[in-house]
Ligand binder design. Structure first.
Ligand SMILES: *Cc1c(COP(=O)(O)O)cnc(C)c1O
Length: 458
């Protein structure tokens, strides 16, 4: 049992130069715990026949590596080269620098969140955004929630609790992450009244379902799928007339909800929030971090007295927004006052509208450098064409022509092996696997050096 004697005690380890240096960085408690764990493992290895001196010599390095791994956050910056601009799993919209600055300021100093600087009395946190939202959507008023799911939930609860909510069978959506309209309705305490069929719903379907018990009519933008072929839906203006005659609320859930007409930047026209308001919906709900390009948030805009009723719902407090995001949203919404410069300043729009020729030129510039790095790993890189997507359920069937790098290697598992290696980088690089290759769509890449630096482990 000569081997065990080669191992230092925990105290001796902590006093050794190599391990003592770790205490400055990670703290004594964490270093002590890591040292104990590695000493236990070394004892076990020696019991299994390993050499004691070799085990002892390896300890400082192993302890340092454990501590570094524990300190590395999964929330470190990475490169989204998936081709999906608004990738829900990668945090959706990248914020404009104006929004980042506003959020950082809001984090570091007190601010008049619910304080009226003119009178010194109490203010409302939503007031910072209400005016901008009225201006940008044409609605009478607005309220802001944690996300669009919360916006839909509180609207259904406020006007549908204990009553029926009518929705077309063609719009009973699942958005993912267990957000299914029928389930949300039951949690909101409203009874789902389905009308029409999957592919066709007519005005009379709504009209014959309305009774004294009806709380609201819900129209849902089918964000993540399209029903094509022999179809009929009741458009919002007609639905608005039906709702008004019956004296019930029409809620239009837009989902991505753009504030500007995207066709100006060569993308497909999606209904804007202002259009949905003008079409006569009493309330319109939409997300902050989809096409709008801000932080996670949900908006309800519409008739003043209905917004006031939502604000009186006790759920509002549970679903409200924090000051950091309110600050970021205010800065983001301000950018929309100058649509001419929006594509320069709003990253989501800049990425979505980036011309394919520019992306292809970047791919051509990067190809030799990336190929040289990957050659050492046993992989190859070629320029390729690819198709980007908006993501987050916006414009689901549309793709945007793009360009990138097609990475290949030996063996059927080459794309998976390379993908794992790129995920393990200090700045992880995320692509997507297609047709036996790992594709890096460069639409969302900033400077060339961002990719070279990440691949070089910087
Ligand atoms: C995305 C979406 C939601 C949920 O919005 P979040 O901001 O992700 O909570 C609700 N309804 C529709 C139609 C959507 O597309």
């Amino acid at each position: 049992m000569q081997g065990f004697r080669a191992l230092p005690s925990v105290d001796q380890l902590l006093q050794s130069d190599a391990v003592a240096a770790l205490i400055d960085e990670h703290g004594r408690q964490a270093v002590t715990a890591a040292a104990r764990t590695r000493l236990d493992a070394a004892r076990q290895a020696i019991r299994d026949g390993a050499d004691g001196a070799a085990q002892a010599a390896a300890l400082p390095h192993l302890i340092g590596a454990d501590l570094a791994a524990a300190a590395a956050t999964a929330l470190r910056p990475m490169l989204n080269l998936t081709g999906t601009v608004l990738h829900t799993n990668l945090g959706r919209a990248i914020l404009a620098s104006e929004a980042v600055t506003a959020a950082a300021t809001a984090m570091a100093a007190p601010l008049a969140l619910e304080f009226d600087l003119a009178t010194g009395g109490r203010g409302q946190r939503d007031d910072h955004l209400r005016g901008l939202l009225r201006e940008l959507t044409g609605a009478e008023d607005a309220t802001i929630l944690n996300n669009n799911a919360a916006a839909v939930l509180i609207a259904l609860n406020t006007f549908g609790q204990g009553r029926g909510s009518i929705v077309s069978r063609g719009e009973l959506i699942e958005i993912g992450g267990a957000f299914r309209m029928p389930d949300i309705m039951s949690r909101a305490g409203t009874r789902l009244v389905e009308v029409g069929t999957t592919n066709r719903t007519h005005p009379r379907d709504y009209q014959s379902a309305i009774d004294a018990d009806t709380g609201l009519i819900l129209k849902v933008h089918t964000s993540n799928y399209r029903i094509e072929g022999f179809t009929a839906e009741v458009e919002a203006p007609a639905l608005s007339r039906i709702a008004r005659e019956a004296g019930v609320v029409l809620l239009n859930d837009l989902g991505a909800g753009s504030l500007v007409d995207l066709s100006r930047w060569g993308l497909r026209r999606e209904p804007t929030v202002a259009e949905a308001v003008a079409e006569g919906a009493d309330l319109v709900t939409f997300s902050g971090d989809k096409l709008l390009g801000g932080p996670q948030a949900g908006f309800i805009v519409g008739r003043r007295e209905l917004i006031a009723e939502i604000n009186r719902n006790p759920l509002k407090r549970a679903l409200r927004l924090d000051k950091i995001r309110i600050a970021a949203l205010e800065a983001t919404l301000r950018l929309y006052r100058d649509p001419d410069r929006l594509a320069e300043r709003l990253p989501v729009l800049r990425m979505l509208s980036r011309p394919k020729a520019e992306i292809a030129a970047q791919a051509a510039r990067l190809q030799p450098k990336v190929a040289a790095i990957l050659a050492d790993w046993g992989f190859d890189a070629q320029v390729c064409e690819c198709q980007s997507q908006v993501g987050s359920g916006a414009l689901p069937t549309d793709t945007i022509p793009s360009a990138g790098l097609r990475l290949t290697g030996q063996g059927g598992d080459a794309p998976d092996r390379l993908a794992a290696r790129l995920r393990a980088l200090r700045h992880p690089v995320i692509g997507h696997i297609h047709d036996g290759a790992l594709i890096l769509d460069l639409r969302c890449l900033g400077a060339d050096d961002d990719l070279i630096g990440a691949l070089s482990g910087r």
